[in-house]
Design a protein around this ligand. Structure first.
Ligand SMILES: Nc1ncnc2c1ncn2[C@@H]1O[C@H](COP(=O)(O)OP(=O)(O)O)[C@@H](O)[C@H]1O
Ligand SMILES: [Mg+2]
Length: 275
């Protein structure tokens, strides 16, 4: 090769290397700045859960690790029996892991005794279940008021029950009993009840599992709004891959292990979800 050409090539290579190093350093600075600026809500490491049923031991979770940040919408996706509810119940202080660690901010949820877990649930967690769990003998607003009065009795701030109903678009159903409401309306009431506590985290176990697509969209819309407007981080369990499109991040479980964690390329609007 001609010496001039060889020199020019060497200069070009050096320049490319420089640019690459500089861009890489900038990228690392940007991404570390990003994670530092986001508040860490959950930090789970090597979580394991073994259930004993008579002689049989069932390993429901093994070696589960992830972080969850403020304002995130995370979907826990996986087939039935993959450990989704077990994991959600550990995050919500309903169950304790057998091994590993999980922190909610600086609360150690694995070492906590049952009193500490009750207090953690009461003060920080809003739960939404597949079958709503509303009290049938109370009206919609009474179901919510029962939670806010309890919260007020130990000095926690909470939402006005009617305001909570308004946030899910059901202020005109305040005096209806659960049996007078459709499934989707009951689920939105149960979301209002969870939101009225002004929880630090909203945990939802298959919230649309019993609903048709159109009703399910209204329920998902209420969850998306809570996340966007109140900044509440939301974890939603589903075996329905279509709902993943709403998430900031998807944690896929299989056989009690994390199969992968990924961010969908873009967050789709609720109106585009189909299943
Ligand atoms: N209380 C329990 N006792 C014994 N085994 C359980 C219990 N709860 C869950 N399991 C088992 O743990 C595994 C994970 O269950 P679960 O977390 O409910 O899965 P998913 O919510 O993904 O359907 C399943 O094999 C299930 O049978
Ligand atoms: Mg489940």
């Amino acid at each position: 090769m001609h010496p001039c050409l060889s020199n020019a090539l060497a200069a070009l290579r050096a320049r490319a290397r420089n640019l690459l190093t500089r861009d890489l350093a900038k990228f690392e600075a940007d991404s570390s700045g990003k994670s530092e600026s986001r508040e860490l809500i959950f930090r789970a490491r090597a979580l394991g859960t073994v259930y004993k049923a008579g002689q049989l031991e069932v390993s429901a979770l093994s070696d589960v690790s992830f972080d969850l940040f403020q304002s995130e919408w995370v979907v826990l996706l996986g087939p039935s029996g993959s450990g989704k509810s077990t994991l959600l119940n550990i995050l919500g202080g309903i169950d304790s892991a057998s091994s590993g660690s999980v922190f909610f901010r600086d609360h150690d949820l694995v070492q906590a005794d049952s009193r500490a877990l009750t207090r953690y649930r009461r003060e920080h967690v809003g739960f939404v279940f597949q079958f709503y769990n509303l009290i049938p003998t109370l009206t919609a607003i009474e179901n919510i008021r029962r939670v806010t009065e309890l919260a007020a009795s130990y000095g926690a701030r909470c939402m006005d029950p009617l305001e909570a109903l308004r946030s899910v678009g059901l202020e005109n159903r305040a005096d209806f009993f659960p049996s007078q409401l459709s499934g989707g309306e009951q689920q939105r009431i149960s979301i209002a009840r969870a939101l009225a506590k002004m929880p630090d985290i909203l945990l939802c176990d298959e919230p649309t599992g019993a609903l048709d697509v159109e009703t399910g969209k209204l329920v998902l819309g209420a969850l998306v709004r809570a996340n966007r407007e109140l900044g509440t981080p939301v974890v939603v369990i589903t075996h329905n891959a279509a709902i993943s499109g709403l998430a900031d991040r998807v944690i896929r479980l299989a056989g009690g292990r994390v199969r992968d964690i990924h961010a969908p390329p873009c967050r789709i609007p609720v109106s585009e979800v189909e299943w």
